[in-house]
Write a protein that binds this ligand. Sequence first.
Ligand code: NI
Length: 419
Amino acid sequence: MPVVTVRPSSHLAHAIMPTQTSPAALLAEARTHADWITGIRRTLHEYPELGYEEKRTSEVIRARLDELGIPYRWPVAETGIVATIGRGEGPCVALRADIDALPIEEEADVPFRSRTPGKMHACGHDCHTAMLLGAAKMLKAREDELPGVVKLLFQPAEEGGAGGKRMCEEGALQTPRVERVFGLHVWPQLKTGTIGSRAGVFLASAGSLNITVRGQGGHAAKPNTTIDPVVTAAKIIVELQTIVSREVDPLEPAVISVTTVRAGHAYNVIPAEVQLTGTIRSLTMPGMQFLQGRVRELVELVAKANRCTAEVSFPGNDYPPTVNDAYCWEVAQGLGRATLGDAAVLELPPTMGGEDFAYYTNVVPGCFVALGIGNEALGAVYGVHHPKFKVDEAALPIGSALHTAFALHSLDELQTSPA
Ligand code: NI
C-alpha cells in the first residue's frame, strides 16, 4: 500500500499558513481542547435520544456552533444539522458524525451514566458528535486560510433509521457539492492511539427481517385440533440456517440471524401466531437480495408444508455496504501515521456490522475510519451495543485532530488538483 506523504499544497508553499499545521501539531492543539470536547461528550452521554428524536442533542450541537460563530442549516432530516466553515468557493470536504443513541439500559460504571431509563449511548455516537465539534473549533480558528469549504454533517438515526439516506436526500452533499467525505467510529477492539480501516468494502449491507407464522390455536393437550405455529416456527428457524451453510459460497460472507421469537401466553395453550425477527447481512447488494429472496421462499414453503401460512417482510432500509475509496484510505493512513506514528495505523478485515455512512460513500468518494478507544486499565473493553460499553476519552482529541487533518489535507489537495 503506497504511503501518502503529507505535503503542503503548492499555492501555499511560500507562507506558513495554518492549513499547513502538521498532524502532530494538530493533535497537540486538540489536546488543549480536551476538557471542552469531553464535557460535550459527557453531557450528550447523560441524555441519550433515539433516532429522529434527538431534539435535545441537536440543541446542544447548535448551541456550541452558535458559540463558535459557525453557520448551519437545520433541520435537515428532522434533527440533523449541516454546518459550514470556510469560503464559498473552492473544493468542499465533508466530515460526518452520527448523533443518536440505542434502546439499552446502561450498566457502565461511569459518573455521567445515562439519566434516561432504557436509553444509552452504547455505540459512541456521543463521542462522534463531540469529536466533530472539537474539529469544528479548530477549523473555525483557521477559517480565513481555508482553501474551500468544510461541511460538518451531524446526522440523526444511524441505528436503523437510515438518517444518512435522509441527509443525502435533503441535499447535505449539495450546494456546495461535497467532493470527499470522512467519518470516524469509535472501535473498542483497537487500543487508544491506533486507527484502522481498509480499501473497498469495510462494513456489510444490513437489513431487518420480520416473519409472522399463522396457524390455529387451541388446547395444548389436543394438538391434533390445532395447527401449531410454534413447531412450524422452530422448523423455519432451523431451515434458515442452511441458506448460508449450503447455498452461499463459503468464501462470501453472509449472515442470517433470528434474534427474537414471540408467541403464546399460557403453558397449556397453543397460540395462533408466532412472530420472529432477525437480521440479514452480506458484503454486496446482490448478495443481500439473494438472501432475502431465499428467506422468503423457504419460510413460505416450510409454513405451507406444515399447514400454516407465513408472511415475510424486510422492514426499514437495507443499508448498502460501506465501501471505502482506496485513495481516501491512503490519505487517512498517511495522516494517521503522521499523527500517531507508523505502527498506529492498521489494515482491518471487513466486518459484518452495518453503517449508514454507506449512503454518503455511495455518492462521493470517502473513507470510514475506526478509531481505537480500547483501554483495559480503564475497563474500556466491551463491544459497541453492550450495556457496559465504555470509552477511553483520551481518544476524543485524537478524533478531533484526525477530522481536522482529513479536511485540511483534502482541501489543499483538491484545490491543487481538482477532482
Ligand atoms: Ni455506531
